[in-house]
Design a protein around this ligand. Structure first.
Ligand code: SF4
Length: 528
């Protein structure tokens, strides 16, 4: 896998012979167990995010694939709307006609249109040999746009545009755009000047082909190699990329079964490579490791090394391990001032729709220890226009309890309060004074305790403590879908589901804060 095939040459100008992709000699024999024939841009895109995903998409048992969540369905719908809006700008468009999935027929129909010199082709198909026997590269750019220049067909060439919903030209978008340019160059005998990305808000981004072709070469090399193996790449659960993947249940069961180290917070793919080199690939082995031997490794350092070993020990013992400072010996890493208790405490959680730049709910749970009362306040924008009213109501509520600490989980609430203050012209002094009352329970717990959890997200910690949400499928992404469904249907069931979920988030934060306070007591106030 370390060897690489030559980078396709980019002619200076006027077209020229394009070097075919070549494989390292040791991997040019097709693997009879791996019948990959078409390497599509879609496959390459997913390969960049997870090599296992690309393998399973090709060879996995479709029964084990989960249907798309409401949130994923919403993203796909938003993406389709964005694509169709951009495509309208290029009308009149020509579309190749071919039976679905028949890439050879699609390529022929597209080349016929290109040979005619039509101005714009939507969802054309470009096919080129990969120089690996039996595997062809398939590119489906959203648009092929005619330009001046010289190609096989005469004094015109084409360039590609891919339409993406994202605001930024992410690296994986750019590599796929370079792939389109490469296959297009093979088809028309001329490199396009660039390959374009049409992003959200009408931004057009020109991909630096010189740069991205290097990355493309590396990615194609790995992809063609991995997809010719008989077994999928090793599972590695990373919640940020796996949570929306349709193979998640399948991969998660495998990871659980093998007690894979990726289920330990802090074990990143980069760190895992070093752990593998040291044969520390089981929870038991990592629990017995010496943090001082891990600390010098790149990307580790003392705190990370200690945390990883503690993480394995906590999991083995199903126990919480306090983090203490060595000087003076065994000082607990959390100070009482970081987690104050008061007669009245507020627990705060926001619901937002980032795609609409909208904060639609400020949920505040008021715990009055004097009376034992617990009251949940939902300061809700029932329509996007009511966002400012909900903000004002939130300010009024928190000023009703002017000295009560406000607990939240992760920095988002504090950041959003600052942002809304600017947006709605709330005086800086009001915001800064308010923020002195904010305490981030996530920060406190992650800095002071190692827990036997897979992640330090609210749900994982709260569930370990024994708290559970009333609606099993509730989460932030689902809440956004419910809010959109409320706007579309005016069915209050959706709003009720959002409020229940948000209240449970506030209650979970409360339970974690209480648990941590009790856990810290012996360190803060040791018995003589
Ligand atoms: S769940 Fe994660 S590891 Fe499995 S295929 Fe999807 S992204 Fe890859």
């Amino acid at each position: 896998m370390s060897a690489s095939y030559p980078l396709p040459q980019r002619p200076e100008s006027g077209g020229g012979h394009l070097a075919p992709l070549r494989f390292p000699a040791e991997s040019t024999t097709p693997n009879s167990k791996s019948p990959v024939r078409w390497l599509t841009d879609d496959l390459l895109f997913h390969y960049q995010r997870c090599s296992r995903r690309a393998f399973l998409d090709l060879y996995g048992n479709a029964v084990e694939k989960a249907p798309p969540s409401d949130y994923l369905a919403k993203l796909r719908q938003d993406s389709a709307i964005h694509r169709s809006t951009i495509l309208q700008e290029y009308e009149p468009l020509h579309r190749p006609l071919y039976p679905k999935g028949d890439w050879a027929a699609g390529a022929k129909a597209t080349q016929d249109l290109m040979a005619q010199g039509v101005d714009a082709i939507a969802q054309g198909v470009l096919v080129a040999d990969s120089a690996v026997e039996g595997i062809q590269l398939v590119s489906q750019p959203d648009l092929l746009i005619k330009q001046s220049g010289w190609s096989h067909w005469g004094n015109w060439t084409y360039t590609t545009i891919d339409i993406k919903l994202g605001k930024k030209p992410k690296l994986d978008y750019q590599v796929v755009a370079a792939f389109h340019a490469y296959v297009l160059a093979r088809v028309q005998g001329m490199w396009p000047e660039t390959s374009w990305l049409a992003l959200r808000e009408g931004k057009l981004y020109a991909v630096d082909l010189e740069r991205q072709l290097l990355k493309l070469q590396e990615t194609l090399n790995g992809c063609l190699y991995d997809l010719r193996q008989s077994e999928p790449p090793e599972v590695f659960i990373s919640h940020s990329r796996c949570d929306l993947c349709h193979w998640f249940s399948h991969c998660y069961s495998s990871a659980k079964e093998e007690q894979h180290l990726s289920l330990l917070p802090g074990v990143t793919p980069a760190r895992y490579v070093f752990l593998q080199e040291r044969k520390l690939t089981t929870v038991e082995a990592l629990a017995a490791a010496n943090p001082q031997q891990l600390a010098p490794l790149p990307g580790f350092g003392e705190p990370v090394a200690e945390k990883l070993v503690h993480q394995a020990q906590a999991l083995l013992g199903n126990c919480a391990i306090p983090r203490t400072f060595p000087h003076p010996p065994h000082t607990f890493a959390l100070h009482p001032a970081d987690l104050p208790s008061a007669e009245v405490e507020l627990y705060f959680d926001i619901e937002a729709a980032p795609d609409q730049d909208l904060i639609y709910l400020h949920g505040v749970l008021v715990i009055d220890h004097r009376t034992g009362e617990e009251t949940f306040h939902a300061l809700l924008a029932e329509s996007p226009e009511a966002e400012q009213t909900a903000w004002t109501q939130f300010l009024e509520l928190v000023h009703t309890y002017p000295t009560a600490p406000i607990y939240h989980f992760c920095p988002y609430e504090a950041q959003t309060v600052r942002k809304l203050g600017q947006l709605f012209g709330t005086p800086d002094l009001v915001i800064e004074t308010l923020l002195t009352r904010f305490f981030d329970v996530h920060k406190s717990i992650t800095e002071s305790v190692t827990l036997p959890v897979e992640s330090y997200a609210l749900k994982h910690i709260a569930r370990w403590i024994g708290f559970d949400w009333r609606d099993e499928g509730a989460n932030g992404a689902q809440s956004i879908c419910w809010y959109n469904a409320w706007l579309e249907t005016c069915d209050r069931t959706y709003l009720e589901a959002i409020l229940r979920y948000n209240e449970d988030d506030c209650r979970a934060t409360h339970r974690i804060k209480d648990w941590l306070t009790k856990f810290a007591q012996p360190f803060w106030y040791p018995q003589a």
